[in-house]
Design a protein around this ligand. Structure first.
Ligand code: ADP
Ligand code: MG
Length: 300
């Protein structure tokens, strides 16, 4: 999956600005950034629930901007399950297959197989209200996987769940990804989880990209000042380090309606200078892994 120069505005408000990145086949890429930075908008455009104003969405080498959501081969796992309450578990998981007019026998086989895969065999006659939050999210996952998607987008798939079952669901998603060689684009606010399960990270701030690269490289040495700030919010056991990190971020969160000129992070950035106010940073490749940073003064 590849995004090329995606732009999307709501009225005068630019929710995505020149977004280009690749999600390699078989990888789990995490999308990070503060609330309102445009992460959900990106997933919705990829899934076909929203149209970009310009730019290309490429899946399997083909531009899919004009392909309807149901024909893009994408599985979508939402934060709040979005199950049909009046349908049984079976009918929830079968829904997309019925839309695709698969034959009855195939649907039955596929639904039962997928329920087994997510650990819910035997619950097919129940209604969502008769299940726990964790079970409901498994149904949401089963519904996405029943269609054998080539690409799965997950929007904070566990943030509505009790902490005690979050890791179960994340491990399930991660195991399924490895077993089925799925490709994921994944939004989560849990930075430790992202480090644990993702291969690649894309960091956004106010509708723009900050940094993209392999997860371990970025976690061990962030090169964009916002990434460094974001990752420093993972509690640091060393109290002296914690203080330095806390000093990094200055000022108020800028208004998304009226973003700063030049670099959108510059009003909060301790390294910002005149150039940052005057010019939007372009993409820079900063190391041999192909890591990209959008900053005039990347950290060393
Ligand atoms: P995130 O998922 O990173 O929190 P979103 O993609 O949901 O961010 O939203 C990015 C910005 O776009 C937000 O400021 C949000 O208010 C705005 N936005 C999202 N969808 C719409 C819409 N349909 N109409 C107007 N503004 C929207
Ligand atoms: Mg969101």
């Amino acid at each position: 999956m590849k995004l090329v120069n995606i732009n999307k505005s709501y009225g005068s408000f630019q929710a995505s600005k020149d977004i280009s990145f690749k999600v390699p086949q078989g990888s789990l890429t995490a999308l990070l950034g503060p609330s309102g930075s445009g992460k959900t908008t990106i997933l919705r455009m990829i899934a076909g629930l929203e149209q970009p104003d310009s730019g290309d969405i490429i899946i399997g080498g083909k531009r899919v901007n004009d392909v309807p959501a149901s024909q893009r081969g994408i599985g979508f796992v939402f934060q709040n399950y979005a199950l049909f309450r009046y349908m049984t578990v079976f009918d929830n998981v079968a829904f997309g297959l019925k839309v695709q007019k698969k034959d009855k026998k195939y649907i039955r086989f596929r639904v039962m197989e997928t329920l087994d895969l997510v650990g819910l065999s035997g619950l097919e006659k129940r209604y969502p209200s008769q299940l726990s939050g964790g079970q409901r999210q498994r149904i949401g996952i089963a519904r996405a996987l029943a269609l054998e998607p080539r690409f799965v987008v997950c929007d904070e798939p566990v943030s509505a769940l009790d902490v005690s079952i979050q890791s179960q669901i994340l491990n399930l998603l991660s195991d399924l990804q490895k077993e089925r060689k799925l490709t994921y684009l994944f939004i989560s606010h849990d930075l430790s989880v992202v480090r644990h399960i993702s291969n690649r990270v894309s960091v956004m701030f106010l509708g723009k990209l900050c940094e993209i690269g392999p997860t371990e490289d970025i976690y061990s040495a962030p090169k964009h000042p916002y990434t460094k700030f974001l990752l420093s919010s993972v509690p640091n056991p060393d109290p002296t380090k914690r203080k330095q990190d806390a000093e990094l971020l200055m000022g108020e969160m800028p208004s998304p309606m009226n973003p700063p000129s030049g670099c959108r992070f510059r009003t909060r950035c301790p390294y910002a200078d005149k150039l940052c106010a005057e010019k939007e940073p372009e993409e820079k490749i900063v190391d041999a892994s192909g890591r990209k940073v959008y900053c005039h003064h990347p950290l060393s």
